[in-house]
Design a protein around this ligand. Structure first.
Ligand SMILES: [Zn+2]
Length: 123
């Protein structure tokens, strides 16, 4: 089970997403807590150079924030399918690179293949 509050918030954010997949992201950095979700109807310059046409939740979470509020932060990404089952939300290579560049250090993501349903990557 995922008990951490940021992951619960990411879950709630995922319901705001547009499109077939529900993905929510939350960034925690000290007293700063930011959230985002998948926005398939929007495009972003960062996403237009590849096949990912939608603004991914991870990036949606960071866009427009002051760099100093992102650096050193921890991201939580939640995903579920249409039936409400937890799905793999490991950030795509593009998002991983983006998170690394803006200084995010760690990312927890849902993964039903892992005991506890949460995986982690150090960026
Ligand atoms: Zn992505």
């Amino acid at each position: 089970m995922i008990n951490e509050k940021p992951m619960q918030l990411a879950k709630r954010m995922s319901y705001l997403g547009i499109g077939r997949v529900r993905i929510g992201a939350v960034l925690v950095n000290g007293k700063n807590v930011f959230s985002g979700f998948n926005k398939s109807n929007k495009t972003h310059p960062l996403c237009s150079t590849n096949s990912y046409r939608r603004l991914h939740a991870e990036i949606s979470c960071c866009v427009g924030r002051d760099r100093s509020t992102l650096e050193g932060g921890t991201m939580y990404v939640y995903r579920e399918d249409r039936e409400g089952r937890i799905a793999i939300s490991k950030p795509c290579p593009n998002c991983q690179e983006y998170l690394r560049v803006v200084g995010i250090k760690r990312c927890y993501y849902t993964d039903p293949r892992i005991i506890g349903n949460v995986g982690m990557i150090n960026l």
